[in-house]
Structures are given as structure tokens and as C-alpha cells.
Design a protein around this ligand. Sequence first.
Ligand code: GAP
Length: 452
Amino acid sequence: MSVDVVTMDKIVSLCKRRGFIFPSSEIYGGLGSSYDYGHYGVLLKNNVKAQWWRAMLQERDDVVALDSAIIQHPRTWEASGHLAGFTDPLIDCRTCKQRFRADALEDERCGRKPSKRPGETPECDLTEARNFNLMFQTTIGPVQEEGSIVYLRPETAQGIFLNFKHYLQFSRKKPPFGIAQIGKSFRNEITPGNFIFRTREFEQMEMEFFVPPAEAERWFGHWLEQRMNWYTELGIRPDHLRLRAHEPDELSHYSSATSDIEYLYPIDWRELEGIANRGDFDLTQHAKFSGQKLEYVDTVTGERYVPHVIEPAAGADRATLAFLADAYDEDEIEGETRTVLRLHPLLAPVKVAVLPLVRKDGQPELATEVYRDLRHRVQAEYDEGGAIGRRYRRQDEIGTPWAVTIDHQSLEDRTVTLRDRDSLTQERVAIGALGEEIERRLRTPWRSPKID
Ligand code: GAP
């Protein structure tokens, strides 16, 4: 396995220093485990989501898109089982007033200094475990009254089941077909943490794939393979990814089989995405609670059945963290340590930086012309301030795969140097051919140099 220099602290610090991700509400002292995405973070996460849409939708004929409401009818969560069962067992300490997950007591630390494990000292006064529902509750309308309670969705999946009927009618799809959506979900996690790995507000990328019951197992295998490939094609090192099948006692109430795609984060192996066989649980439950028929009827043969569902459920923030961790690297250039994000070019927030070597002799003017042309094609950035070496370092730290430098020769023969972030090679390219060269490189399959 390749040796890693990355730590969670280094990622958090780079993200703050370079404007990817900031602790939220910092001027008020911060709000625990809540984060804001800055400029480069937005671009990076958007690229992650765009690649998910590409693989899920654009390159297939059997998946369609949805963007459902965050606040759904409250009966949704009765039918889905979340109201009764989406809970964590909690234990309170009457002495230090802290709250712990009963099922992870060994890993918890209490607020005392030096910190102790809950129950470790004679002063610890722990309650019995109680179930705590993770859904955020609010009220709809100006008055808080009976019947006005609603919930922020804890998963995007239910919005898909609620719309299943529409899709049979308008999209002229028949099983096997899928409905995909990306959106925010909310969980009042008891122990959020590890940066954006576990937060209370996060983005999910979920797809519910409806299949004839007899085909469920085959499609489950198909989606395991597809989703593993998605991560490796986007540069994640294969030795940092693994599939782990859930033990029977780990399965969610709706699932007959689930496998997690796990990534070796700097903290350890952790779930990146879950792929579940949800059977007919959700459609059957919503049919029961709504009184509507949620089944597929073949108009030719008259065959009718409730489709089974295979669900690849990924987290956009968790995936972003995995891509950041996998890309983080340090090397040495001219005796100095360089920090570099070896991101897949398709994920890199900025594809190309345009840098005049000096801020005179007509170089900024020509560089601006080059930049204006390139930004029509790809996300580009112009930077003329400071020593060229420092400007390269800055681009390396945000993961920009290519840098175009305009020098004195550029004004004579309209060529520029094209620097590669990973190999550090510099090639001379005609300005007229630059746009196509960048686009060609973007289309070329990419392999992380950290693999070698
Ligand atoms: N619809 C199924 C479902 O929601 P899940 O395993 O609870 O399954 C799917 O969530 C994915 O959503 C996870 O694999 C993870 O990537 C992401 N996720 C879940 N809870 C999260 C949290 N508190 N913070 C960040 N991401 C989270």
C-alpha cells in the first residue's frame, strides 16, 4: 500500500488556508460540526456531483432525475419507519451533563480534563440508555399546533418513492429503471465529527433503481461494481477502497442486503457509500399509508408487481473528503516541501491557471487575452501577483492540473509554456492550440501518481 503523508489536521488546515471549507458561523464562535464551503470547495463539490450525474444519468438510458422537497408530508416518515426507528441509543451523565451513544461508549470521551471514558470514574453517574430520534423537527405555518409538526428529511430516498407513480406515467419507463437525486439531508447526529465526515446537515447523492423482484440480486451486484468503478475511475487508489457486506444484525429495517463501500480515511476505514437491496419495503409501506397503488402493471401482458429497489446511496461531502484525502501529497522541489492536491483533472476546482511571468512588457495583456479565451472552455484562473514559484505553489495546493505561463518568448512567437502539476514538465504550446490541448488532456484517462 502506498505510504500516505496525509492527516485529517493537514486537510482541515489546507481547506481553511486555501478557501475550500470553513467552520460555519465562526464570528459567533462556530457551531459544532457545521461547515461552509468556500469558492474552491464549491467548485470541487460541484465537480463531484457533476461526475455523479454523468455516470448515473448522462451515460445511461435507464435513470431519470428528480429534485424533491426537503419537507415532505409527515406521514412519509411514519410509513418509512423513520419516526419509530431512526434512533440512536443515548446515555446521559448526570455529573458532567454530556450525552453519549450507548452503542459506542468505548470510543466516547467525556468533557472532563483530562478526558475520561464515560463510566470510568466513581463520579460518573450514567443514566439507562434511551432512544433518541435523529430527525430534526419543526412546524409548518405560523402557529405551533397539533398537526403542524414536520421533519427535515433525513435521507433523499423517500422523495423518490413518493414520486414513483409520476415517473411511471410521464417518463414511460418500466422496471428496470432508476430515479436519481442529489440534495441536502439532515440528521441530529449525537456524535458528529471528523471534519465533514459526519455533520448534521449534508448532501446525499442517491438513486433508487426499481427492478422486477426476480432480478434484484443481479442488479445489486451490478450497482456494487458500477459504484466501485466510479471512485477508481476518478482517481481513488484501489488499495484505499473496499467493499464490506453488513452483518445481519447491522442491516437497516428496510434492507435484506447492504454492502458499504469503505475508504481508508486518515482516521481509519469508514463508510463512504452504502448500496442496499431495499426489497419492496418502501413502495409497499407508502401504498399502505397513502391508500394509493404503487405497482407496475404491464399493459400488454397484464402482469403486475411491486418492484424491488436497489439503492446506491452516497454522500457528496464524504466523497469530497475522500477525494481530498486521496489527492493530498507532499514532495520536495528545490529543497522546499511542496503541498499538492493530486486531484483527478475532472474534479479539480480550477483546470488551468494563466500566469504572466512578469507584470510588465505586455505580458499581462497577452495573458489576459489567453485567459479570456480559455475561460469559455474550462474553469480558469488568472494570477499576476508575486513570484512565479509562489503562484505555482498556490495552484498546486488547490489542485490545478495545468498552468500556462506567458513569458518574453510568448510575445515574439505566440507560444506559451504548459506546466503539468504532477510531472512538473513544461511544454511549449502555440496559443492557438492551447484550448484544444487542455480539452484533450481533460478527456484523457488519468491515474493518480500516488499509485506508482
Ligand atoms: N437512503 C439510505 C441512506 O440514507 P445512509 O447509509 O444512512 O443510507 C448514505 O446514508 C450516505 O450518506 C452515507 O454513506 C454517507 O456517505 C452519507 N451520510 C450519512 N450520514 C451522514 C452524515 N451525518 N454526514 C455526512 N454524510 C452522511
